[in-house]
Design a protein around this ligand. Sequence first.
Ligand code: AMP
Length: 283
Amino acid sequence: MKVVGAITDIREQINTLKSEGKKVAFVPTMGALHAGHISLIDVAKKHADIVVVSIFVNPTQFGPNEDFDKYPRTTENDLDKCKVNGVDIVFLPTTEIMYGTGERYFSIEIKELNEHLDGGSRPGFFQGITLVVNKLFNIVRPHYAVFGQKDYQQYRILQKMVEEFNHEVELVMAPIVREKDGLAMSSRNAYLSDGERQKAPFVYQTLLSIKENIQNGEDNLKLLLQHKRDELEAKGFKNDYLNVFALEKMWPAKELKKGNTYLLAIAVYLGKTRLIDNILFEI
Ligand code: AMP
């Protein structure tokens, strides 16, 4: 496994591999790798000959009051995991390599897809993500790039970005990997105290119970969601959003139509930790 920091080096290595006819799949991450990330690496392997993982805690996607400074950084451990799991190249740039030191002259405006969910709650978040993924795609120029359903809105926004900016990459979405008790794996789960960790599976249980209620014919969606939000608050969670979203624009669904697929998505705070989760379901 090669660990590369410089843009010219990774370009050269990937150009050589491509000239040998190799297909390249790319998994962008912020490190603190867990089984969710490893599952993306496995999906990448199925699509291509060469798997490239980037590890970069991207400052531009963190708001001023968010956890950039204390975001877990476990590089040595991450590199071991990449090696054991058959990654070919790790791109490990510094912030200076990615962004230089000077001011920036461009930002990407994202329209409707950015209004709700994390786009609505975290101003600037998806501008930071589209910026860094644009740069990473231009640096790595992969045939495939794998992203998790865990960040479904991210996937939708990047799908549109690839389309509108004519990136020559095919995006692949991988399912959410969960702990045994249902909690979606996340690097941020490391922030949870023991007590919080015990409560955390209630997030996924809530999603499953809403889905079941809807599929069993509950037609007052507004009331059902309000009841579930109250339940979460009573258990000590602080709601950010809990709603059913139509996939096209990622807007809250006003009514659910038979035969359609929707995203049921949640973001809550447990203490200081922000947890997100979602399920896709057909009605
Ligand atoms: P992050 O390091 O949190 O930026 O995530 C890197 C990639 O891993 C993103 O495409 C995430 O959607 C994906 N990911 C994070 N957690 C999970 C999970 N539990 N299951 C599957 N993919 C995940």
